[in-house]
Design a protein around this ligand. Structure first.
Ligand code: KG4
Ligand code: ZN
Length: 370
């Protein structure tokens, strides 16, 4: 059995979790900084790193207490060391190094984006279902939808990812957050826009917003056109050019029904584009259509992760996709969609069994190629 402590400090959630054998979450503590950033309507990096510094060790103590275990029982220390805000990452990486060194335990640096694709197998209480979570069937098609990433991958194992497509402009979570600002909704934008769009009275067909598919074959994503179309639907087409451009209307003029229907139109356009790309990638097969499906090779499952996997319409559409395509579509339990340390500790298990550890020279890295 492996018992791994994971730390997550890549953005604005301070997280610590203890996970058994990569799947069973013994504790998962997330201290959200939303209140600190709310008045700025976005994450302020300096405030984020200072708050991580203050909260991380209390959060670790709470994770140990909730799991009913001590430092001595831990087999390894895992930390999300890439990608993210550099000041925030450094706090988690430094704490993980100090713990690993002082406890004489292996240190494992984990890619945050890869960890989102592990979240779907996590479960908090295996005794309630009576069975361990079923493993992911490979090759799997992975979709990460977060505030910083919108990417499709071919997965051949928990740690073997090949990038198939990515956003060429905004990430879908970022587009949600900007759309919420355009509609004058409170921070955090994504969940608030989702809640408004899911109102049973909302009419997603009243406003026509574009689904950008980038031609017939691309597996890349684009959300900036959708964002601009929403801006124009709310404020009218700008009059004049360059610095003299002026909008004719403002979000303050929207009625409640307008705001709700615009939110629903945005939500449907964004989620339709995600599902369309999943379908396109499934049709192409794991080898991208290069003899792939013709050779009988096909994806055996779909795995979704990242903050936007909490979205109500995406979750519904994922269920429909599973029925339509007849293959498992795995989406995390609600608690593991947004940034959390359980996914970090869970993915680290696979490096732990392989004896693949990092040294105390492990860097914090702000960006990755995916
Ligand atoms: O994975 P995550 O917690 O952080 C990053 O790694 O970026 O994702 C955060 C993103 C934010 O953009 C947030 O607005 C979005 O996920 N989000 C949602 C919902 N809940 C969170 N977007 C749409 N619908 C939601 N219910
Ligand atoms: Zn994330």
């Amino acid at each position: 059995m492996s018992l791994i402590l994971g730390l997550e400090t890549s953005c604005d959630e301070t997280g610590a979790a203890i996970v058994e054998d990569g799947v069973v979450v013994r504790s998962n503590v997330v201290w959200s900084q939303h209140k600190l950033h709310e008045r700025y309507r976005g994450v302020v990096p300096e405030i984020a790193s200072r708050a991580h510094l203050e909260r991380l060790m209390p959060v670790v103590q709470e994770a140990l207490a909730n799991a009913g275990c001590g430092f001595a029982e831990l087999d390894a220390i895992a930390v999300g060391n890439r990608p993210g805000l550099i000041g925030s990452l450094i706090v988690g990486v430094s704490a993980a190094k100090a713990l690993a060194w002082s406890l004489q335990r292996p240190l494992i640096g984990v890619d945050h984006v890869q960890a989102h694709l592990h979240a779907a197998v996590l479960q908090s209480d295996p005794s309630s279902t009576g069975s361990p979570s079923s493993p992911i069937l490979y090759p799997a098609l992975g979709l990460v939808v977060s505030g910083g990433h919108t990417s499709l991958y071919r997965l051949d194992g928990p740690l073997q990812l090949t990038l198939l497509g990515r956003t060429i402009d905004d990430a879908v979570g970022e587009a949600y957050d900007k759309a919420a600002v355009i509609l004058d909704l409170p921070y955090p934008g994504g969940p608030n826009l989702d809640r408004l769009a899911a109102n049973p009275d909302a009419d997603p067909g009243r406003f026509a917003l574009p689904r950008s598919l980038l031609g017939d074959a691309s597996l890349d994503f684009s959300f900036s056109g959708l964002k601009t179309a929403l801006l124009y639907a709310v404020r009218g087409h700008p009059v004049g050019r360059g610095p003299n451009a002026r909008f004719t209307r403002s979000a303050a003029e929207l009625t409640d029904a307008d705001r709700r229907d615009l939110a629903a139109a945005f939500q449907h356009a964004a989620i339709d584009a995600l599902i369309a790309k999943i379908e396109r990638a499934l049709d192409a097969g794991p080898d991208g259509g290069i003899g792939g499906r013709a050779n009988g090779s096909a994806f055996r499952s779909v795995v979704i992760g990242g903050g936007v996997s909490a979205n109500s319409l995406l979750r519904r559409r994922a269920g429909e996709l599973e029925q339509r395509r007849g293959l498992p579509v795995r989406i995390p339990a609600f608690a593991y969609c947004l940034d959390n340390a359980a996914m970090i500790a869970g993915l680290a298990h696979h490096r732990h069994v392989a004896g693949d550890f990092d040294t105390l020279a492990l860097p914090a890295i702000a960006t990755t190629g995916s």
